[in-house]
Design a protein around this ligand. Sequence first.
Ligand SMILES: Cc1cc2nc3c(=O)[nH]c(=O)nc-3n(C[C@H](O)[C@H](O)[C@H](O)COP(=O)(O)OP(=O)(O)OC[C@H]3O[C@@H](n4cnc5c(N)ncnc54)[C@H](O)[C@@H]3O)c2cc1C
Length: 286
Amino acid sequence: RVPEAARSERLPSRSAVAGVSEGLATGGEREGRARWSAWRRNGLAGYEDRHDDLPGDLTSRLSPHLHFGTLSPVELVRGATRSGGAGAEAFVRQLCWRDFHHQVLTARPAAASADYRSQHDRWRSERSAAGDITAWKEGRTGYPVVDAAMRQLRHEGWMHNRGRLLTASFLAKTLYVDWRVGARHFLELLVDGDIANNQLNWQWVAGTGTDSRPNRVFNPVTQGKRYDPQGDYVRRWVPELAGLAGAAVHEPWKLRGPERAAYDYPGPLLELSEGLARFKQARGLD
Ligand SMILES: Cc1cc2nc3c(=O)[nH]c(=O)nc-3n(C[C@H](O)[C@H](O)[C@H](O)COP(=O)(O)OP(=O)(O)OC[C@H]3O[C@@H](n4cnc5c(N)ncnc54)[C@H](O)[C@@H]3O)c2cc1C
């Protein structure tokens, strides 16, 4: 029963709510249904081949609707299965990850904050790595694809899955900062942020979760060149580098002298080899 004291009120307008991301997508059931039917027609068939295309932005973007319940996963699975094909199968597989993480958290509620499978890490903390954490949050690490994704998160309250993977790997493994610091920041900004999928994906990337390769480290330069080969995603979110054509935008440090000075963009926070050596030593892999 609805408690007597519960009253029905109009939802506040977006402008009346403080701190909303500027580029936040519109919510609500009508919007969710419209998005699903348009994407089912135009995006589903190509999903398997193109879900990692960062500039193309071709995934469904239905996660906020699944999070708030304005679309049901059962409805999506039914519709996708009716459409059929490799794209639909790949999409249903991703929906299964969502369920999987909810099931893991139900079985192991402590995994919301404790390592699911400890690697005996002695992470750098919020205090000891304060400068690095701020640079990561603000999109000023000097690694363009990491910075682009972190700025997308701040602007839209959403980030592409490939961006989530490589920014999380950069924080937890390259900077060797406690995954909980990053997970908290994501939860503060993500419109689809939920404990099961956020914390367990963070643990997956940090190598303390269900990943069968806990020590893999994503290289942001290789990842950038692979998933944003022309650099369009970086130029969209890091306007300071808009003058750099093609894949060169992923390695601004290769420019020299006045050419480099023309770009008001920070140098790399650390060498990737330095981060990798620290991580390997911490995990006893050296
Ligand atoms: C560090 C990190 C944190 C994340 N935090 C969240 C979170 O708080 N909430 C959240 O819903 N997803 C989270 N994800 C998973 C994934 O990035 C998003 O679900 C996806 O990017 C949402 O975009 P989409 O709707 O276009 O996805 P699509 O590619 O269109 O996939 C369809 C749906 O499948 C589900 N899905 C896809 N990939 C995953 C995945 N890896 N794990 C669980 N479900 C998945 C989502 O419900 C998604 O809406 C996180 C991933 C990482 C690496």
